[in-house]
Design a protein around this ligand. Structure first.
Ligand code: ADP
Ligand code: MG
Length: 323
């Protein structure tokens, strides 16, 4: 059995950019650019809650960083540094296991893509649990906050919504997808993209933003509540894959689309006179950006179906303590 320090040296210690002192001391030292604020966030993946115990460790490495990058994207921040708190059962840490090699490959491939440096962490034995902390830079006055939505803003989302939840429902055998549909949806669940470049480009354009981790209705609901506004969105305008469309309007598919979560797309609001700018940005980034509704006076979120009736759901998003 390798020691804790062997594991760290073998799998995680690497030279770090934008960093005075990286892995190996009691704390790392970073040197943020003068004039920038630090955006700091943390997200944990718990075995049995956020992933299955037999998940491919390479995709798990990717996802554990991606969900944190997504929080930077939602603020419009540039991610720079991260820390990794890993709790690992002994059988995954021993020398005959390739688990850590594969996990760190998935983690660092995504970190390199975004030029994020791993500068520290913690390694303990116990039930599998992955905590990542991420730190980014942003000019403080430019951060995209949840509280900024204004009357006359359009509501937009990036990418396609609901595929990750649909793939999860397939894994739980609540629905059966054919091979093609599964091949399209499963990557959304296992290896989500973080919309970091989109977030950066929305600075100065969007009044508010959030990443969709708990479900579109729940997360958009946070923007509305913190902005003191109401919102209306149109079911037929919410972008989703043909795989999901096939199952609409079943309650399961509606639930995936409106409340599934794990999308890691951005939901953001932009004044309606800037529509052409968002359409141009979509072309630039080669990423669908879709207008799904608008901000209005009042409180709460209404989802309208094509007949103009209000859509109601059993639950609007995932909550760890009410689930
Ligand atoms: P301490 O005893 O001060 O808690 P540790 O012995 O836990 O320090 O860690 C030694 C060094 O290795 C520290 O710099 C820590 O940040 C780093 N480290 C520990 N675990 C990880 C990990 N999973 N990934 C990256 N760095 C780690
Ligand atoms: Mg110490």
């Amino acid at each position: 059995m390798p020691s804790e320090f062997d594991l760290i040296r073998r799998h995680f210690a690497r030279p770090a950019s934008h960093t005075l002192l990286g892995i190996g001391d009691d704390a790392a030292l970073i040197t943020p650019k003068t004039g920038t604020a630090l955006a700091i966030s943390t997200d944990t993946l718990v075995c049995g809650k956020h992933f299955f115990a037999d998940v491919d460790p390479c995709t798990l490495g990717h996802k554990s960083l991606a969900v944190n990058l997504s929080d930077m994207a939602a603020m419009g921040a540039t991610p720079r540094w991260c820390l990794l708190a890993l709790t690992l059962p002994e059988h995954l840490a021993n020398n005959d296991s390739s688990w850590l090699t594969d996990f760190s490959r998935g983690f660092f491939t995504l970190a390199d893509k975004h030029q994020v440096a791993l500068i520290g962490g913690d390694t303990t034995a116990g039930p599998l649990n992955i905590g990542v902390q991420i730190i980014g830079e942003i000019a403080a006055e430019h951060a995209l906050r949840r509280s900024g939505a204004q009357l006359d803003d359009d509501i937009w989302v990036s990418g396609l919504i609901g595929d990750a939840a649909l793939a999860l429902q397939h894994s739980l055998q609540h629905v059966c997808l054919d091979d093609d549909d599964l091949a399209r949806c499963m990557p959304a669940l296992l290896t989500p993209s973080a919309r970091v470049e989109l977030g950066r480009r929305l600075v100065g354009l969007a009044h508010s933003a959030i990443d969709i981790s708990d479900g579109l209705m729940a997360d958009l609901g946070h923007i509305l509540e913190q902005s003191g506004k109401a919102g209306v969105i149109y079911l037929a305008d919410i972008p989703c894959s043909t795989a999901l469309q096939k199952h609409l309007p079943s309650p399961l598919a509606l639930q995936c689309l409106l409340a599934g979560g794990d999308d890691y797309e951005l939901c953001f609001t932009v004044p309606s006179d800037k529509r052409s700018k968002i359409i141009a940005l979509s072309g630039d980034l080669n990423l669908p950006l879709t207008r799904i509704g608008s901000i209005c006076p009042g409180t709460g979120l209404v989802v309208k179906d094509p007949e103009g009736s209000t859509v109601t759901l059993e639950t609007t998003g995932y909550d760890h303590f009410t689930a």
